[in-house]
Design a protein around this ligand. Structure first.
Ligand code: NAD
Ligand code: DAU
Length: 339
């Protein structure tokens, strides 16, 4: 594999993926196609500016002509689609951009890849397409799709398009579905970076409802390794689940962050719940372990400490984000809840 195209590479997972690939595969060239939405940040890959193996293209995946221009520019061995609107709460405020980027964008990319005979395509999807679990059980690749938020519905539609292109056109695609990621460069709207940033500033942390919802946490680098294994070893047409085997209630995670940062639990605010809030996610990743030889390498203990240390060391990165449009979003999302 010589050249791959990554979409959404200026976001959280995409930038971690590009960094890992360029560091571990010196022969690889990566083209990063990103629209630079509020979540896309050129700073995330500033260390590769000027590296001849890295090329950035400011392109919207919904813009067919521009996507085709990039695909026509050089032979490409694989396309990995990370680009998405990714935050559930924002999809509840306005589903429009989610339908456009996550569904129409995926369709546009799939059509362009077919036109240019791209030999391998990986759709980066989410466990949220499976809906919600009760107190027991795990999502497998066979779990019926039952999305509950506008975000997850749009990701499910994209997954179904990918599936349809495989069946209809024998398009060489693979799909990954992962649980909640954490790690460096995550936009401070998601639980872990939001709470770390608030706590560092001695601000309240808004826990939805009683905080009894459960998420299965995986370090972003373990997810990236799973995507890499899917790219290189996965069977075309297949879906692979990834998860951290690390289930935690939100309230327990919140208290852990407070304890690690030396803050007080009086900063916890139990606020109005997220509408349609999925109770529990937990992943069975045995297919990826058996077929791809993938194993998560991070313990949560190590991963969360490194993540906290990263946010402490990168408070300027957070400060630059937490202004302008971010403050407007924060007021709309939390203003009434925090009172
Ligand atoms: P993110 O919001 O941090 O980054 C998204 C990136 O996509 C940004 O750089 C943004 O500028 C870019 N983008 C958005 N719309 C675009 C468009 N129309 N054209 C080109 N670029 C566009 O998201 P993330 O957390 O890094 O998630 C990446 C992918 O992984 C998403 O597809 C998401 O659904 C999936 N995923 C995320 C998680 C998680 O826990 N964060 C877990 C499983 C799967
Ligand atoms: O499961 C994979 C998904 O994980 C990805 O597909 C999404 O892109 C990613 O955003 C994430 O979705 P969640 O909605 O689970 O992540 P979030 O960090 O927004 O919320 C985690 C849990 O914390 C969830 O139960 C809601 C709760 N929460 C979140 C926020 C932002 C709070 O209690 N308060 C908050 O302020």
């Amino acid at each position: 594999m010589k050249t791959i195209l990554v979409t959404g590479g200026c976001g959280f997972i995409g930038s971690n993926f590009i960094r890992m690939e360029l560091n571990e595969h010196p022969e690889l060239t990566i083209i990063n196609v990103d629209k630079l939405t509020y979540a896309g940040n050129l700073e995330n890959l500033a260390d590769f500016e000027g590296d001849p193996r890295y090329q950035f293209e400011k392109v919207d995946i919904c813009d067919r002509a521009e996507v085709e221009r990039v695909l026509a520019s050089t032979p490409i061995d694989a396309v990995l689609n990370f680009a998405a609107e990714s935050h559930v709460d924002r999809s509840i405020l306005d589903s429009g951009p989610f339908i456009t980027t996550n569904i129409v964008g995926t369709q546009t990319l799939l059509d362009a890849c077919r036109k240019f005979n791209i030999p391998r395509y990986v759709q980066v999807s989410t466990d949220e397409v499976y809906g919600s679990l009760g107190e027991t059980g795990l999502f497998t690749e066979e779990t019926p799709l039952a999305p509950n938020s506008p975000y997850s519905a749009s990701k499910t539609a994209a997954d179904l398009l990918v599936r349809a292109y495989y069946h209809t056109y024998h398009f060489p695609c693979l799909t990954t579905r992962c649980s909640n990621n954490y790690g460096p460069y995550q936009f401070p709207e998601k639980l872990i970076p939001l709470f770390i940033s608030n706590l560092l500033a001695d601000q309240q942390v808004p826990v939805y409802g009683a905080g009894t919802n459960v998420r299965d946490w995986i370090h972003v680098v373990d997810h990236c390794r799973g995507i890499d294994a899917t790219l290189r070893k996965g069977r075309v047409g297949e879906v692979y689940n990834f998860g951290g085997r690390c289930e935690m209630k939100n309230i327990d995670l919140t208290k852990l962050l407070i304890q690690k940062l030396g803050k007080t639990e009086s900063l916890i605010r139990n606020v109005a719940d997220r509408p349609g809030h999925d109770l529990r996610y937990a992943i069975d990743c045995s297919k990826a372990e058996q077929e791809l030889g993938w194993v998560p390498q991070y313990t949560f203990e190590r991963g969360i400490q490194e993540t906290i240390d990263w946010y402490i060391a990168n408070q300027e990165w957070v400060r630059r984000i937490r202004s302008g449009d971010y403050l407007k979003y924060y007021a709309e999302q939390y203003g009434k809840r925090l009172g």
